[in-house]
Design a protein around this ligand. Sequence first.
Ligand SMILES: NC(=O)c1ccc[n+]([C@@H]2O[C@H](COP(=O)([O-])OP(=O)(O)OC[C@H]3O[C@@H](n4cnc5c(N)ncnc54)[C@H](OP(=O)(O)O)[C@@H]3O)[C@@H](O)[C@H]2O)c1
Length: 295
Amino acid sequence: MKNVAGTAVVTGGTGGIGLATARGLAGQGYAVTIVGRDPGRGATARAELAAAGPAPARFVRADLSSLTGVSDLAATLRASGPVDVLVNNVGGSYRRHGLTTDGIEAAFALSHLSGYLLTELLVGDMVDRGRGRIVNLSSGAVRVADRTPLDRVEVSGRYFGFTAYGRAKLANLAYTTGLARRLRGTGVTALSADPGGTATDMGRSMRPDSFPWPMKLAFPLIYVNLYRTSVTTAASSSIIAATSDQVEPGSIVGVRGRRRAVDPRATDPATIAAVTALSRELCARHLPQETVGTP
Ligand SMILES: NC(=O)c1ccc[n+]([C@@H]2O[C@H](COP(=O)([O-])OP(=O)(O)OC[C@H]3O[C@@H](n4cnc5c(N)ncnc54)[C@H](OP(=O)(O)O)[C@@H]3O)[C@@H](O)[C@H]2O)c1
């Protein structure tokens, strides 16, 4: 295809930061596949992307809170040709504790496990081709992650949406650090992007009861801050992480390419090993037919 920079997949690409990321990649000539649950939203977003760049755009419907949904998506993607850039953008923070159809805590399932599984099912093809880029979405919430060790899904104390979400993002950051190390010398790069705060559906759904004391006191400030950065500016982090040849594997790219520090807990080999073992075990339990992850 003339003028096509490559193929890119953006999960949660029909709205929020994901759609802004997909728009930026389409503008740079990528043939972008966006993933979401709502076909109407998907069709509108696909039309927008087709107008944003020279390459074709595609919407694939999938519920990524379900491990079967992720595995079916991977099969669809693999059947339609190589993926050059995978942006595991989808994530969620919930006010109340909830379980997915697999019985897994919802924030952990969507903000970590979906990206883990999709990556593990696609990374082998990237390694075989000797090229590829994997971008996982991080968050400032990692700093306030619930302290329950990452060898289990559920937080041990009372559930607060924001700190449980931060813990899922910490799990994902640790996984990404380990993945970047694992991929050294393969031509495939894994790193994270931190879009900062912006007023998307997820950002606007936060309420004071998502935060423990004394963090609750800072809620008005956190909420107001969401409106300081546009969704397009927030998405610059993922777009740069996905396309720049100046990025470092395992690093975090912030808004406008600013380098963000990686939380030391995410570089600790014991944490990386615990997250990897837990993620593999959950996928093996719920998808016994699938071989997921290196031992
Ligand atoms: N917003 C912020 O301030 C902020 C800050 C730091 C990090 N982040 C991270 O940035 C990423 C994007 O966040 P956002 O704020 O843009 O979120 P958002 O607005 O809530 O994302 C909406 C997108 O996700 C899709 N989606 C939601 N649940 C899904 C599911 N179960 N399966 C498939 N698709 C699903 C939606 O499509 P459908 O509804 O059609 O499924 C839509 O495309 C997340 O990883 C988030 O943690 C956000």
